[in-house]
Design a protein around this ligand. Structure first.
Ligand code: MG
Ligand code: MG
Length: 259
C-alpha cells in the first residue's frame, strides 16, 4: 500500500512495534531441545494476546494449493523459507541456524519481518552467513528512497554479497505490504540499478534478502511450502517492513535488541 495519512502511518508503526516484540518473544525461546511447535505456540499466543491476528495463518499465497497452516515460518539450516513449524514439528539442536519469519495484522494493517539466529553456539561460517545477510538488508533499506527504483533495492541487496562467498537467492524476494500479505511490487533479491517501478513516498515495502552458504538454487518440498537449498548448504534470511519517507526508509519492525 501507499500510506498517505499520518493515521495510517501511526497504525503501521504500532503494528511494526508489536511484530518486533512478537519476534523477540519467539527468539527468546530458541534453544537446543526446543520444538518448532513451541515457537509456533508462542507466536500465536503473543499476537492474539495483543488483540492482533497472525497474518500467515490460513493465508494462501498466489500459486499455492492450500492455505499456510501456521502463524510462523521456521526454516532450519538448509531450509530457506516457509518451513512449517506445526505439521511435523522438529527439535532444535545446538549449532543449528533458524530463520523465524512472522506476519501480523493490527487494526487491518499488515507487517512482515524475519531474522535468523543460532541455536546455542554455531560455527564461524554460519555467523558470517547471518551477518552478511543482515548487512545486505541494511544496504537494501538505504536504497529505498523516493527517486530511486525498485531495481536499486534489488541491486543493493545483491551487491552486498559480492566478495562474501555466499549466494543470494535470486528466485525469492520482497514485496509490497501493509494492506495485504503480498502486494506489488515484487522486489527481486538481485537486479539492475535504475530499473523497475519508481519508489514513491509512503510505499510500504517488505525487504528480505536470503542467501545460501553454497549455490543459489532452491527447491520446494512436497508440503508445497518449504524451500530448501538444492545443494543442502545452509541458508539465512532477514526481513523488515519499511515506510518510504521523504528522505529515506523508516524501518517500522526494528527490534529493541537491534537499536
Ligand atoms: Mg516474512
Ligand atoms: Mg515477506
Amino acid at each position: 500500500m501507499i500510506a498517505t495519512t499520518e493515521e495510517q502511518k501511526m497504525k503501521l508503526r504500532e503494528a511494526g512495534k508489536r511484530l518486533g516484540e512478537a519476534l523477540e518473544a519467539v527468539e527468546a525461546l530458541v534453544a537446543p531441545g526446543v520444538s518448532t511447535q513451541a515457537l509456533e505456540d508462542e507466536a500465536v499466543r503473543f499476537i492474539t494476546s495483543g488483540g492482533d491476528v497472525p497474518a500467515f495463518l490460513d493465508y494462501t499465497p498466489e500459486g499455492a494449493n492450500r492455505p499456510y497452516p501456521a502463524a510462523l515460518c521456521v526454516s532450519i539450516n538448509e531450509e530457506v523459507v516457509h518451513g512449517i513449524p506445526n505439521e511435523s514439528p522438529r527439535t532444535l539442536k545446538e549449532g543449528d541456524i533458524v530463520s523465524l519469519d512472522l506476519g501480523l495484522i493490527h487494526e487491518g494493517y499488515v507487517v512482515d519481518s524475519a531474522l535468523t539466529v543460532a541455536v546455542g553456539k554455531t560455527d564461524p561460517v554460519a555467523y558470517s552467513l547471518m551477518n552478511a545477510t543482515q548487512n545486505s538488508l541494511e544496504q537494501a533499506i538505504q536504497a529505498a528512497r523516493p527517486g530511486n527504483r525498485i531495481g536499486d533495492i534489488s541491486h543493493a541487496t545483491e551487491k552486498a554479497f559480492v566478495g562474501t562467498g555466499f549466494a543470494v537467492v535470486k528466485a525469492l524476494g520482497g514485496h509490497g505490504v501493509g494492506a495485504h500479505v503480498h502486494e506489488d511490487p515484487f522486489i527481486a533479491n538481485a537486479g539492475h540499478p535504475g530499473t523497475g517501478p519508481e519508489i514513491m513516498e509512503g510505499m510500504v515495502l517488505a525487504i528480505e534478502p536470503i542467501a545460501n552458504e553454497g549455490k543459489a538454487s532452491v527447491v520446494i518440498a512436497s508440503d508445497g511450502y518449504t524451500y530448501r537449498t538444492k545443494d543442502g548448504s545452509r541458508s539465512a534470511h532477514f526481513e523488515h517492513t519499511i515506510i518510504v519517507g521523504k528522505d529515506g526508509a523508516e524501518v517500522i519492525t526494528r527490534r529493541s535488541s537491534e537499536k
